[in-house]
Design a protein around this ligand. Structure first.
Ligand code: NDP
Length: 341
């Protein structure tokens, strides 16, 4: 590992959250602040940040709202992924000269516990790779297509925001996993061109042209098996319409709503991403072979009284329509039945 003479820096500059935005943020919500650096304590390092990541999820952290990660604090530095050079160290494990990745971006220098930094190997890849394909965006693409919505041999895969950090990697990972056809959407002809020429997509949709459903139907006439959703809203609606039975959807982001000031109509499926929910459909008719096992389990529950049930009974065939309409409006408790005999 590289060793070099330590350098001392006593002051740096940070970006602070100056105000919380409503809707689209502007420069007035950020402030550049000169700050003094604290001297290194035992096991701490001083990093000269060389690169920092800016990510869509940071928009959510600008709001004072509970989420999977706490809000940025007003008047305090923002944070996020960064890489840099260790210029001073009181750690036995992270020497001066090492390149590290860590989470104190949005500042030119950072003092942090060495335990919160990861030494990265820049002999084979550039340091910026650790903020992109080898960072959380690359990992997101990989996990989405291997664990959350696994790609199977021959699948048709659709990726939104396909020219971005997650999406540009996702198409190529889908291909490596055996996808038969990989479709991406992005904004504008320059990006859709890149999807085809560089990022391994077979078909590219320019979402600025509208009619996503129509474009998707042309690009995937047989439908989609896997969708990696980064956008939500109209993209998710179109993709769900194009999904084939037993398709899989990885909900990783909903960027179309990040600046929204009002909730969009319909369910907020972005919660499925932030709460890591599993939403899975079923049609019981496809599981009728499970009846013997189910009956073996449930009949004893009824026999011993541990499964409590109610019936609401309407008398006679002529009341059948009323019973049916009643079940739609809540006239039943438990199972609605019509006694015929
Ligand atoms: P990108 O590099 O993809 O940048 C965001 C892109 O989103 C923009 O370049 C833009 O591309 C597109 N976009 C913005 N607004 C819209 C819109 N209204 N409709 C369609 N496209 C839009 O960002 P990342 O790769 O870092 O992140 C992509 C998504 O993945 C985000 O939603 C992010 O929050 C999510 N994410 C989730 C993670 C998780 O752990 N769940 C981890 C990392 C990312 P274009 O010009 O093509 O429209």
């Amino acid at each position: 590992m590289a060793t070099a003479a330590p350098r001392t820096v006593t002051a740096t500059r940070e970006i602070h959250l100056a105000a919380r935005p409503t809707g689209i943020p502007g420069p007035e919500h950020f402030a550049l602040a000169p700050v003094d650096l604290t001297p290194l304590a035992e096991d701490q390092i001083l990093v000269r940040n060389t690169w920092m990541s800016v990510d869509p999820y940071m928009r959510g952290r600008m709001d004072d709202a509970p989420s999977y990660i706490p809000p940025f604090e007003l008047g305090a530095p923002l944070e996020g992924s960064a890489v840099g050079e260790v210029i001073d160290s009181r750690s036995a494990h992270v020497p001066v000269g090492a390149t590290v990745s860590h989470f104190l971006g949005w500042r030119e220098h950072a003092v942090l516990d060495a335990a919160h930094a990861t030494v990265v190997d820049t002999s084979a890849v550039p340091e910026t790779a650790y903020l992109g394909p080898l960072g959380t965006t690359g990992l997101t693409a990989y996990l989405a297509l291997t664990e959350i919505a696994p790609v199977r041999e021959g699948d048709t895969v659709y990726v939104s925001a396909a020219a971005g950090a997650v999406g540009s990697v996702a198409g190529q990972i889908a291909r490596r996993l055996g996808a038969g056809r990989v479709i991406g959407s992005a904004g504008g002809p320059a990006k859709t061109g890149l999807l085809l020429s560089e990022f391994g997509y077979d078909a590219a949709i320019d979402h600025r042209e509208g009619d996503l459903a129509g474009h998707l139907a042309k690009a995937a006439p047989e439908g989609i098996d896997v969708y990696l959703d980064s956008v939500g809203g109209d993209h998710l609606t179109a993709a769900l319409g194009a999904m084939r039975p037993r398709g899989r959807v990885a909900l990783v982001g909903a960027i179309s709503a990040y600046n929204a000031t009002e909730p969009a109509p319909g369910p907020d499926l972005y919660q499925a991403a932030t709460k890591e929910l599993t939403l899975r459909g079923m049609i019981v008719g496809h599981y009728l072979d499970r009846f013997p096992a189910f009956l073996g389990t449930a009949i004893p529950w009824i026999q011993d009284g541990s499964l409590r049930t109610r019936e609401t009974v309407y008398e006679g065939l002529d009341r059948a329509p009323e019973a049916f309409l009643g079940v739609l409006s809540g006239a039943n408790t438990g199972k609605m039945l019509v006694r015929l005999g």
